[in-house]
Design a protein around this ligand. Structure first.
Ligand SMILES: [Zn+2]
Length: 483
């Protein structure tokens, strides 16, 4: 259902959107000189701690994502996803524990043999039995995790903090002795005792762990809590800090951003955010957030135009649709509808867009076949259809389209027919019906609506004159409703 990135510019045919299903929308190319400006008024306030312009991604679709309710990845699919993520440019790819099953171990070995640029990591329990298997698979690093919250200590593994610390040190020293990277993470970090947590991280930092991990396993943390915890931890350890955020309360992207501001170095993501329950920080959503903060860094590191391809690959594998409001690739992510928005977008897209769709190989759409359309959108469509009309004629034609849209939902074909017939009538001096397929009742309603709109048009032109003379004058109340 998403607008396709490959379609040729529409020129009359109803080909907007994938399979021509994006009815009523027209692809809109902005003239070169009017593209989004490079300067960014929303640049983050940098300080010596912030890694907003220097972060790394640990892509966990093949670990966390495999825990998504609908996920079942066979070896071939895992390899396809790993290669696509590598091409995208993620820094690390995290795989399911080789101890989970014999096939998981074989898949882990197969992916290690692909020779990808990304580091291959596997995620195991902080236990010697597991890490001994992990280090034999050919991975570049091992991510170990253990529950530190009172819930997990009492109801899961039943171990105390001294035991956890001693095991962690033993495991870290073993993995390092094999020449591999090691990350130590607590589980459910935000519901763990802060003093316990900090002393544990200080101990593992002292024995040379490469990264410590903070995990909001239950998705309870808020951005401010994340900032406070990561900033405190940044003062305690000198190693890298990785963060893992679940999205149960909708903060996974915001939390990732705050963690980077507070000095975290690595963020865990998965494609479309798939994972346990409603998942974790989505790769595309993180890209959307980070490109607003530092476009140069994000563009230089990641092959953003491959995002849609990867999302489609994963969505197909787990049999879900890309949500309509998905960051960047959602059906309506770059579609402008209200007349006021469309007018401004046609003049300069930055007015209502903080992200340039072309950075991701995506297309901007203007919805012109609706009652909210404005004459600027219709003018643009008239030009796309290769027709010539004066502004006054376009305004009259717009009134007809709006009137019809009040009578019934109209498709792009309907709007195009009206434009073409309207143009033909002007050229030939004829009075052909604008839409031949209307019922008698629709015709009657159409006439009535046209009359009403003609009245609104007169009123509006008067108000526009007033507004031009006094820019601060109260905005006119009209059909072009801003979102
Ligand atoms: Zn998780």
């Amino acid at each position: 259902m998403c607008p396709s990135i490959d379609e040729p510019a529409t020129n009359g045919a109803a080909t907007n959107g994938a399979n021509g299903s994006h009815d009523g929308f027209t692809k809109f190319e902005v003239p070169e000189k009017k593209t989004v400006k490079q300067s960014n008024p929303y640049q983050p306030v940098g300080d010596f701690l912030s890694n907003v312009s220097n972060f790394k991604i640990i892509e966990s679709t093949l670990r966390e994502g495999e825990q998504f309710a609908n996920a079942y990845f066979d070896t071939e699919t895992k390899i396809k996803i790993a290669k696509a993520l590598d091409e995208f440019g993620v820094d690390c790819i995290e795989l399911t524990s080789p101890c989970a099953s014999e096939q998981s171990r074989l898949d882990c070995e197969a992916i290690c043999k692909l020779g990808l640029k990304a580091k291959i990591l596997t995620h195991v329990r902080c236990h010697m039995d597991d890490v001994k298997v992990a280090v034999e698979t050919g991975v570049d690093g091992v991510d170990v995790v253990i529950g530190t919250s009172s819930f997990l200590r009492e109801h899961s593994h039943g171990k105390d903090m001294t035991y956890i610390k001693n095991t962690a040190i033993e495991v870290i020293q073993f993995v390092k002795s094999k020449g591999l990277e090691i990350r130590f993470s607590s589980e459910d970090s935000f519901r763990s005792d802060l003093v316990d947590l900090l002393s544990l991280y200080a101990a593992v930092d002292k024995v040379g762990v490469n990264r410590v991990g903070i995990a909001d396993t239950v998705g309870c943390a808020s951005p401010r809590q994340v900032y406070d915890l990561v900033r405190t931890l940044r003062g305690v350890v000198s190693c890298d800090i990785e963060c893992h955020f679940h999205n149960d309360s909708g903060c996974a992207i915001a939390n990732a951003y705050c963690a980077l501001e507070a000095g975290a170095t690595h963020i865990d993501t998965s494609v479309i955010g798939i994972g346990e329950r409603n998942g974790i920080t989505p790769l595309g959503g993180l890209m959307a957030r980070m490109i607003v903060a530092d476009r140069d860094y994000v563009k230089s590191k990641y092959q953003l135009t491959k995002l849609k391809e990867i999302e489609d690959l994963v969505a197909d594998s787990v049999e879900i649709n890309i949500p309509f409001n998905n960051y960047i690739t959602g059906f309506s992510a770059f579609t402008h509808k209200a007349g006021i928005h469309a007018k401004a977008i046609l003049a300069n897209p930055s007015t209502y867009e903080i992200i340039d769709p072309s950075d991701f190989g995506m297309t901007r759409y203007v919805h012109f076949a609706s009652r909210l359309t404005g004459w600027n959108a219709i003018k643009s469509r008239v030009e796309q259809l290769g027709l010539k009309m004066t502004d006054a004629q376009v305004k009259l034609c717009t009134a007809k389209i709006k009137a019809l849209a009040d009578v019934r939902p109209i498709a792009i074909d309907d709007a195009d027919s009206i434009i073409r017939t309207f143009h033909g009538n002007i050229q030939k001096g004829t009075d052909a019906p604008l839409l031949p397929n209307m019922t008698a009742e629709e015709k009657k309603l159409f006439e009535q609506k046209q009359k009403e709109l003609a009245g609104v048009g007169e009123k509006r032109s008067l108000e526009e004159t007033v507004a031009e003379e006094a820019p601060d004058a109260k905005k006119s109340k009209n059909a072009e409703v801003p979102a």
